[in-house]
Design a protein around this ligand. Structure first.
Ligand code: TRP
Length: 335
């Protein structure tokens, strides 16, 4: 029996950090057990917001894929590819743009939000309005059944399903499964300052940070605000550092929490020891850099693009046949 297909993508807009590890990568790695997975570097999507300074997109694409590989995303089992290597995404995107009412995209909440919030970027472009339509094309090109995403992406998945229904209504044939969002179980990881971990807050710990940098960053982490003196009992559930223990060293987390609650463990010691756990948890990412070359990554991406194109070309052939554009079957060209 053939397995269901899963597609997800990540914009190469910076180095990956611990938040990506617990929120995305561990989930992707696990999904390989149950689905035929396509994992994509969404470089066209990245370009939509970074077009004024695209100089690092290529470097970040390689860097992100190195982290995927180090985390156990397996290019033999899954298809790892760069969106810009598979032109069928843009072809399908054009077709979907044609059938999507303007009001639907203008109404997508993330669109207005980003226009307002992404400072220092002019996002009032024609392309950026089409962001979620390109995302729908990414998914539908592979007839993906499930799409692991964060909660912020749910409106994009809803739009993708609406486009599917409209497509089926217009052309009277069911070509695509309605893609379902798969929300990761992991809670959001907070940054060193207690806000959501995000590059734009400058509160991240990247997966390839040096051990010394991790020690320094761990020292800056916020702890239980109600615990002023070391002899005060702590509240581990309200402490970011204690929550990290649960995620990165679950076998020790229980003892740590108990010692915090009974004031046997001070916050400074807690952070020092957490740093060592984080260094251990990120070791595969540093180690992988010394083993893998960019040539290898590029080979993996080329092989992925070939496999991805094969699937996406079939989809395009299906939809073109259905709609009736392109050559009539059986009519030979030239003489
Ligand atoms: N928009 C997604 C994000 O910012 C990235 C993305 C692009 C994506 N295409 C996709 C995610 C297709 C899932 C499926 O996180």
């Amino acid at each position: 029996m053939s397995r269901k297909r899963c597609l997800s993508g990540m914009r190469p807009t910076g180095k990956l950090h611990l938040g990506h590890l617990v929120g995305v990568l561990q989930n992707w790695t696990q999904l390989q057990e149950d689905y035929d997975c396509y994992f994509m570097v969404a470089d066209w999507h990245a370009l939509m917001s970074e077009y004024e300074h695209p100089d690092k997109l290529r470097e970040w694409s390689y860097d992100n894929v190195l982290d995927w590989l180090a985390c156990g995303i397996d290019p033999k089992r899954s298809v790892l590819f760069r969106q810009s290597d598979v032109p069928e995404h843009l072809e399908l995107y054009t077709l979907l743009s044609i059938v999507t009412p303007l009001g639907w995209v203008e109404r997508v909440p993330t669109y207005k939000e980003q226009l307002r919030e992404l400072e220092g970027r002019d996002l009032a472009t024609y392309g950026f309005l089409g962001y979620p339509i390109l995302q729908a094309a990414d998914i539908l090109a592979y007839k993906a059944h499930v799409v692991p995403v964060g909660e912020d992406q749910l409106p994009h998945l809803e739009l993708a399903r609406e486009i599917v229904r409209r497509f089926h209504f217009l052309y009277r044939q069911e070509v695509f499964p309605e893609p379902q969002a798969l929300l990761a179980r992991a809670p959001k990881l907070l940054g060193t300052d207690g806000r959501k971990m995000s590059k734009s807050y400058n509160n991240t710990i990247s997966l390839t940070e040096s051990p010394d940098a991790i020690r320094k960053l761990a020292q800056t982490m916020f702890t239980d605000p109600l615990r002023i003196k070391m002899t005060d009992p702590g509240h581990p559930e309200a402490c970011n550092v204690c929550n990290y223990w649960t995620l990165f060293s679950p076998e020790r987390a229980k003892t740590v929490r108990e010692e915090c609650r009974t004031a046997k463990r001070g916050c400074v010691q807690n952070k020092q020891e957490l740093a060592e756990s984080l260094i251990e948890a990120t070791e595969p990412f540093r180690a992988f850099r010394t083993r893998a070359s960019l040539d290898e990554v590029e080979r993996i991406l080329q092989d992925g693009a070939r496999r991805a194109r094969h699937a996406a070309q079939q989809t395009m052939a299906d939809v073109k046949r259905l709609i009736g554009i392109g050559p009539l079957k059986g009519v030979a060209a030239g003489r």
